[in-house]
Design a protein around this ligand. Structure first.
Ligand code: LLP
Length: 460
């Protein structure tokens, strides 16, 4: 077992495990993976926004996702400041609800949606449509019509069929939508295959190497009903190495130059997508937004200067980097099953229905005992859910105190992105609530699903 598999919070071997350290020490350790206001008190109880999780569990039950609102806002601000002069679109697929939309609007961010449902959430919460970007490789006619009727600020074109479709719909409505062309730049992002998106053999965008991207620009520019604003690329997710973004920017700018030289059009915008990695375990070392922004800006400045291009206005679309670390999941321990010579299975009251990422992407997480201190030595544990499937794992390997027992609360950090948004009702398990905590106050922003909610869909 490698150190990082052993659990993030206390993977620095040779040191006492986290629950045996003095609170000051623990709180220093927590900085990397936990929301900013998370601390542990002298009794070992985890607090968020000034509220102990023991109280939150009593009030809202478990499992539940807790959002550190201050942390989320701070991340929004740090991206906005890092990318000053650019537009920051929050990628709503990471996690979206009306309260999040309102926070984004207050923090002066833009929003990227990719379905009618996400669009409805954004509009329902009063997001300025001009600040919405609409993505998707298979937007339906009705979704495109809704986007046009709402007047969304950008539609990101993904296929020739969609160019035709949108042209027709826009003409029929007498509107002129602003569009971007999604380009497949052929950059291999070093991430899980399922979340890498800029290599050639996949469903998104127009290929740069194959010439489709240029032809798409040609096609759109020939159509006066569409206003081509720029090129777009999203190379994948959970990326730590900025060089992929640099290469992608360089390639987009070479296409931009060709569009200017051969089609006589200087495109005013360029979108470099999202994908900025976060720490799921203490072995992950994400780059600060400011460093990423500086590298991206520099490459764009340099390339534009070299090619004599006017510099396009940049935009980025971080999802995970904004919401991921701001939320943790709180579970209650049920069954504890020691497997001599192997490990101890610690079952919690949720699982793959509230976090599918370990099962789907082999994602690593960590966990901590959140409701009390312990003076017991560490045991190797696997945190599993309550679903009827052996792949129902939440945290593959973690050291937990040997006396971990039913009724304990376990907290898993870094579950803000793609956990509630990918949650399912597998085994008819209702989906957990999302509770925002700030300055000693908590409020439900997505209520817990009930069995009645589930049964309400059954007909007959
Ligand atoms: N922009 C576009 C066009 C995207 O497709 C995505 C993510 C993003 C931005 C935001 O990426 P982020 O900054 O959040 O990495 N379910 C997977 C992730 C799929 C991402 C899909 N597109 C996961 O759980 O890791």
């Amino acid at each position: 077992m490698r150190a990082h598999e052993a659990g993030a919070l206390h993977a620095d071997f040779g040191q006492p495990p986290m629950w045996l350290r003095p609170p000051a020490d623990v709180n220093a350790l927590m900085k990397e993976l936990w929301p900013k206001t998370a601390t542990k008190d002298a009794e070992g109880v985890l607090h968020i926004g000034g509220v102990p999780v023991t109280r939150l569990a009593e009030e809202y039950g478990t499992p539940a996702y807790f959002l550190d609102e201050e942390d989320f806002r701070a991340r929004c601000r740090s991206f906005r400041e890092a990318f000053a002069g650019s537009e920051v679109f929050y990628a709503g697929k990471a996690f979206l609800c009306k309260a999040v939309v309102r926070i984004l609007a207050e923090e002066d961010l833009y929003l990227d949606v990719c379905t009618g449902g996400e669009l409805a959430t954004a509009l329902g919460a009063g997001m300025d449509p001009e600040r919405i970007g609409f993505h998707g490789n298979n937007k339906s006619v009705s979704e495109l019509n809704r986007a046009l009727d709402a007047g969304v600020g950008r539609i990101v074109l993904d296929s020739f069929a969609e160019i035709e479709r949108l042209t027709e719909l826009a003409r029929a409505r007498g509107v002129r939508p602003k569009v971007l062309i999604r380009v497949t730049v052929g950059v291999e992002a070093h991430t899980h295959e399922f979340i890498a998106t800029a290599h050639e053999d996949q469903k998104f965008g127009f290929s740069l190497a194959g010439g489709e991207a240029f032809r798409a620009a040609q096609r759109v520019l020939a159509e006066d009903v569409l206003e081509l604003r720029g090129l777009h690329s999203h190379i994948g997710s959970q990326i730590f190495d900025a060089s992929g973004f640099e290469l992608s920017a360089r390639r987009l700018l070479s296409l931009q130059q060709r569009v200017r030289d051969e089609l006589g059009s200087e495109l005013p915008e360029m979108d470099l997508g999202g994908g900025f990695g976060i720490a799921y375990t203490s072995q992950d070392d994400p780059q600060p937004a400011a460093d990423l922004a500086a590298r991206m800006n520099k490459i764009v400045d340099d390339e534009c200067a070299a090619a004599g291009l006017s510099r396009p206005r940049l935009s980025v679309e971080p999802g995970r980097a904004l919401i991921g670390p701001a939320i943790f999941t709180l579970y209650e321990v049920g069954t504890v099953k020691p497997m001599p010579g192997l490990r101890t299975y610690v079952s919690v009251d949720g699982g793959m229905s509230d976090n599918i990422r370990a099962a789907l992407y082999d994602a690593s997480y960590s966990a901590t005992l959140a409701s009390r201190a312990s003076h017991e030595p560490p045991i190797l544990a696997r945190v599993v859910g309550k679903h009827c499937e052996s792949g129902d794992v939440v945290v593959k390997d973690e050291f937990l105190p040997a006396d971990v027992r039913p009724g304990d609360l376990l907290a898993v950090p870094g579950t803000g992105a793609y956990c509630r948004s990918m949650a399912s009702n597998y085994n008819h398990v209702p989906r957990p609530p999302v509770v925002a905590v700030r300055d000693g106050q908590s409020r439900v922003i997505v209520r817990r699903e009930t069995e009645d909610d589930l049964l309400a869909l059954d007909v007959g």
